[in-house]
Design a protein around this ligand. Structure first.
Ligand code: GLU
Length: 284
């Protein structure tokens, strides 16, 4: 018998859930049902500046109204910083990380001055300024109290994992890993001791997620996650990046009722079964 599938929906409580989030949540829930698997909800709230308890409460209420049921307790990333710190320590001990003192402004200026700045899926890559600092230079700046992020040295990481790795997406098939696609990504931010990439990779492994279902906007991010799995010796789930709800679908639903947030639709008296049908999930 194959092991039970585990699927998650992992929203960030930074504001009201909109129709696109509702579609993504239903997609993940439907995937768990189709696989006769477990369904988990994970609250991705590492960004303490933007995430709010009232957004989380509203989010859970919206998802319950939409008809989703999830296991308890819900994992809240802000409560598990030790797990991310341990993973970061493993990468640091392997010599794969470095502190980065650059401000956004400095990075932008350096990129603007470079004749051909390399680009990744999200724009220009970090130019590697702090990778070239000496150990003494780093120690001096840290001793002087300069705030710093931690970045992955993607060149060293790529050399470490070799050229044979891949991951699989249900829509797009096998993807050969491009370990340096995103350059030297941030693993811990100046204001919070982890990053989206690190936390999501660690959590998917700790929670035994077998199928990662999420929007196609995060397709390229899976290269980073696969790379971190290899470096941290974590299992690789199956991926399924779903299409994003097109604007006109959202507008169609909104036009009839003048709203796109789930809570507004709820207040306007939408029947959740009708909304599920409108989003293509009649069978849930
Ligand atoms: N927390 C992320 C978001 O809200 C999604 C993470 C994921 O599904 O991997 O965009």
């Amino acid at each position: 018998m194959s092991p039970t599938a585990v699927v998650r929906f992992a929203p960030s409580p930074t504001g009201p859930l909109h129709l696109g989030n509702g579609f993504s949540a239903l997609y993940s829930f439907a995937a768990a049902r189709a696989l006769a698997g477990r369904f988990l909800l994970r609250v991705e709230d590492i960004d303490r500046g933007r995430c709010r308890p009232e957004h989380e409460a509203a989010m859970l209420a919206d998802l319950a109204w939409l008809g989703l049921e999830w296991e308890q307790p819900v994992r809240r990333q802000s409560e598990h910083m030790d797990d991310y710190a341990a993973a970061l320590e493993t990468l640091a001990a392997a010599g794969l990380t470095y502190p980065c003192f650059c401000t956004r402004k400095e990075i932008a200026a350096e990129i603007a001055a470079a004749p051909s700045a390399p680009h990744g899926p999200d724009g220009a890559l970090y130019p590697g300024t702090c990778r070239r600092l000496s150990e003494a230079g780093r120690a001096d700046r840290i001793a002087g109290g300069a705030p710093y992020a931690i970045r992955l040295d993607s060149g060293l990481a790529a050399a470490r994992v070799g050229t044979e790795l891949s991951w699989h997406d249900r829509q797009e098939g096998r993807q050969a890993l491009q370990p340096a696609l995103h350059g030297d990504v941030v693993l811990a931010r100046k204001d919070t001791p982890t990053s989206y990439h690190l936390a999501v990779t660690v959590d998917d492994a700790l929670q035994g997620i077998s199928h990662v279902t999420r929007g196609a906007d995060l397709f390229a991010a899976s290269h980073v996650h696969r790379l971190l799995q290899a470096l941290l010796d974590l299992p690789t789930p199956e991926y399924d990046h779903h299409r994003l709800l097109r604007d006109d679908e959202g507008i169609r639903l909104a036009k009839r009722h003048g709203a796109v947030s789930l809570s507004q639709l709820r207040e306007e008296g939408w029947d959740p079964a009708e909304l599920r049908r409108s989003l293509g999930f009649a069978d849930l």
